[in-house]
Design a protein around this ligand. Structure first.
Ligand code: ADP
Ligand code: MG
Length: 337
């Protein structure tokens, strides 16, 4: 007992000294303009929030909670989520009308806007087919072609009519998948929360969807790397400097597998049920709202370089960088360089 005490007391003292040194170090870092940062795993991806003009770590925790709550609302694969329940017909009344919460209705409306803007290249009713694919499995298998052909008639946004918070399907069995746009919407909600809390310098990174609030405390812009395809996360093709903007990238290298020499990635052609086969590796969108960046990055990937660039040039305050298979960079006319 006495022997244990002899060891324990010096050990506690050493730990206390270390803790004090660490706190001092952290304080020094903070005064050097370092942000407070938290990382979590939500929405099937790594989330990092950094706040530069506050030391209140409870703000970071609340941001993570916002991610978790929205994931539990919008996820197609969490069986208790509003979208999963809608997909199973559990929200539908005797008249065939499903009643949605305001946020879900708002997000579905946004997804329908991008479906019509892209003439169906982006389609939130892709769920009937996307649910047949698994791009994250350790040992991926190709979906049964018969199942794809059977489910394809369920994929058509024109069968969806949304009025306020009420949604009606023209055919039964439609399966929504909001995976192409939900992260952008959630980033916007986190930004709203942080602005409400008087935060004016922060970055919200939801698995590569980056939304910047303001600029760095010293007035310099945030620098967002555009990832080199099929390389590790810290290898960049170029760096974009932004203030108060969203930078969202959709790429075929995000989730994919190879089988029998063929490459299969997670952005699917609603006309065929198979991945889009075009010359693009990624599309990055610069916009004010992240929901628009997310909707447009997937839409433009789906449309391909020519049609996608034409769409971007027709939109105000929106710029794009398309990367083709040969690693050539194609910028829209107002992209900051
Ligand atoms: P990431 O999720 O990697 O950021 P995207 O925003 O481009 O990439 O979204 C891809 C996801 O969108 C897919 O995992 C799937 O859930 C869904 N999806 C796939 N194809 C389409 C499509 N044609 N239209 C709308 N959503 C799609
Ligand atoms: Mg997207």
């Amino acid at each position: 007992m006495i022997k244990e005490k002899k060891i324990l007391i010096p050990l506690v003292l050493v730990l206390l000294v270390c803790a004090a040194a660490l706190t001092r170090l952290q304080k020094q870092e903070q005064t050097a303009g370092e942000p407070i940062t938290e990382t979590g795993f939500y929405l099937n991806t790594i989330i990092t929030i950094s706040i530069y003009d506050s030391q209140d770590t409870s703000l970071l925790k609340e941001c993570m909670d916002i991610c978790k709550q929205y994931e539990e609302q919008f996820s197609r694969t969490i069986s208790s989520s509003e979208i999963a329940r809608l997909n199973r017909g559990e929200l539908t009344d005797a008249q065939g009308i499903s009643h949605l919460s305001p946020d879900t209705a708002e997000l579905i409306q946004k997804s329908l806007d991008y479906a019509s803007l892209s003439q169906g290249a982006f389609d939130p009713s892709i769920g009937a087919v996307s649910s047949l694919w698994d791009f994250t499995a350790d040992e991926p298998v190709l979906p049964d072609d018969e199942a794809i052909q059977q489910n394809l008639p369920l994929v058509n946004y024109e069968n969806i009519s949304l009025s306020g918070q009420d949604i009606i399907y023209k055919i039964p069995g439609i399966q929504l998948d909001l995976g192409a746009i939900a992260k952008g919407y959630i980033a916007d909600r986190i930004k709203e929360y942080l602005l409400d809390q008087d935060v004016h310098s922060a970055t919200i990174n939801l698995g590569g969807n980056v939304l910047c609030i303001g600029c760095k405390p010293d007035g310099s812009p945030f620098r967002v790397g555009i990832q080199k395809p099929f390389s590790d996360r810290n290898t960049y093709l170029t760096i974009v400097e932004v203030e108060d903007k969203s930078v969202v990238t959709s790429g075929c290298y995000e989730r994919y597998f190879e089988m029998d020499g063929k490459f299969y990635h997670h952005i699917l052609n609603p006309a065929t049920g198979y991945p889009y086969d075009n010359d693009l590796v990624s599309v990055t969108i610069l916009s004010d709202l992240s929901v628009d960046g997310d909707g447009l990055s997937t839409s433009c990937y789906a449309l391909g370089l020519e049609k996608g660039m034409k769409l971007i040039e027709s939109l105000p305050d929106t710029e794009a960088l398309f990367v083709t298979n040969d690693e050539e960079l194609h910028y829209s006319s107002g992209f900051p360089r």
